[in-house]
Design a protein around this ligand. Structure first.
Ligand code: SF4
Length: 380
């Protein structure tokens, strides 16, 4: 039996014990958000979201010091649900993914220094066996889908009677991805409109930060950096025009995610035989979050593209990524490098400026494991 102290509750605010602790601080969420403590929690949540936007997802983030006093612990625990409320009200899938990725890595970072008893307790709390040996295929698949290395593919694992063998040294990574999976699956939360109204200034702040980040990450739209699957779908649009719903969704979400304006995306569909402007506008605006739902979609993971027969003409870059957006970032970086080395030969096709002429930053920090709303949402 493990006894959690206040610091433990602050380190792992997703635990039901932490939520029970925080549940007693105010009679209602509305009241709490108006209180001085609630305002501090909103501020801390914004800070956490800003860190989440800058987090590369490639190495463990530094762990913050947890002060022992009750007030600090309360704020830290409250920051967790408040940050989830903000991204839920923002209705932006990419923002949700960034937050969940950052938080799962942060909790994972805390876990690294824990006693074995706490580690076992956390594993048990998130539905994993306390010690590494094997986990069920059902638990393994959603976790491994997000991991890029070949060793995580089910075909490369030892599977016995529906259970996947895990080596002890691999188990921490499974815990981290399981944390991410669990934290993501209930998002976006259904938040009452009056609560969303209360956190609206925070939503506006983080949305504008996010917009800035997208422009920094993706810069100008460069068609020569599109992954082969997206090029193939665009080819089909200008050819026969026959596309499945999933193909339309994948290409529209992709183009929207890299910053292409809706009018340009709609133009691309203009060459499709029997082009229906109203219907296309509706679909494009729906996917980009301007169609009334306010819900922005993220283009599907490579694994989802494969399932739908859309992963075509893979090339060597495809071996290094698990998301078409990551492909785009890597290829764009390579093109920029070639261009600076050999400006005469560089022939990239820049079609539209999505956010100024800022050159691509060195190193891709787009998450290879970004999850897709296409995996858990209705696509069209
Ligand atoms: S691996 Fe991913 S990026 Fe490459 S073609 Fe397949 S779906 Fe597209």
């Amino acid at each position: 039996m493990v006894t959690l102290d206040r610091k433990d509750l602050a380190k792992y605010p997703f635990l039901k014990e932490s939520q029970a602790y925080i549940g007693t601080i105010s009679s209602s969420l509305e009241q709490y958000l108006q209180s001085p403590g609630g305002r501090v929690a909103i501020r801390e949540a914004l800070l956490m979201l800003t860190q989440a936007l800058s987090f590369s997802g490639k190495e463990t983030p530094p762990v913050p010091e947890i002060p022992p006093d009750q007030e600090s612990v309360t704020t830290i625990i409250a920051t967790y649900p408040v940050s989830r409320i903000i991204v839920s009200c923002a209705q932006d899938r990419m923002l949700i993914d960034r937050l969940v990725r950052y938080q799962s890595w942060l909790f994972f970072a805390f876990l690294q220094d824990e006693d074995e008893s706490i580690k076992k307790f956390i594993r048990h709390s998130i539905g994993l066996p306390e010690t590494a040996m094997e986990i069920s295929v059902v638990d393994y698949i959603p976790v491994a889908t997000r991991m890029t290395e070949e060793r995580w593919r089910l075909v490369n694992r030892v599977v016995n009677k529906g259970r996947v063998r895990i080596r002890p040294e691999e188990y921490d990574e499974i815990v981290r991805e399981r944390l991410r999976y669990i934290m993501a699956r209930n998002l976006p939360l259904k938040v009452p409109s009056q609560i969303c109204e209360q956190v609206k200034p925070a939503i506006d702040r983080i949305k504008s930060e996010w917009q800035k980040k997208i422009l920094e990450e993706f810069g100008t739209v460069e068609e020569s950096a599109f992954p082969p699957c997206i090029q193939a779908i665009l080819g089909a649009i200008s050819g026969t025009g026959h596309l499945t719903h999933m193909a339309r969704f994948a290409v529209t979400a992709f183009l929207h995610n890299i910053g292409m304006e809706n009018t340009r995306i709609i133009e691309l569909y203009g060459s499709v035989p029997n082009f229906d402007l109203r219907k296309t506008m509706y679909q494009v605006e729906h996917i980009s979050g301007r169609g009334g739902t306010g819900n922005e979609y993220v283009s599907p993971l490579c694994a989802t593209m494969r399932t739908h027969g859309l992963c075509i003409h893979r090339d060597t870059i495809c071996n290094r990524i698990n998301h078409p957006l990551s492909y785009y970032k890597l290829k764009k970086r390579d093109l920029a490098r070639n261009k600076s080395k050999n400006p005469a030969k560089a022939g990239s096709v820049e079609k539209k400026n999505a956010g100024g002429d800022k050159p691509e930053e060195s190193g891709s920090n787009f998450p290879d494991s970004i999850s897709s709303s296409a995996d858990n949402k209705n696509k069209d």
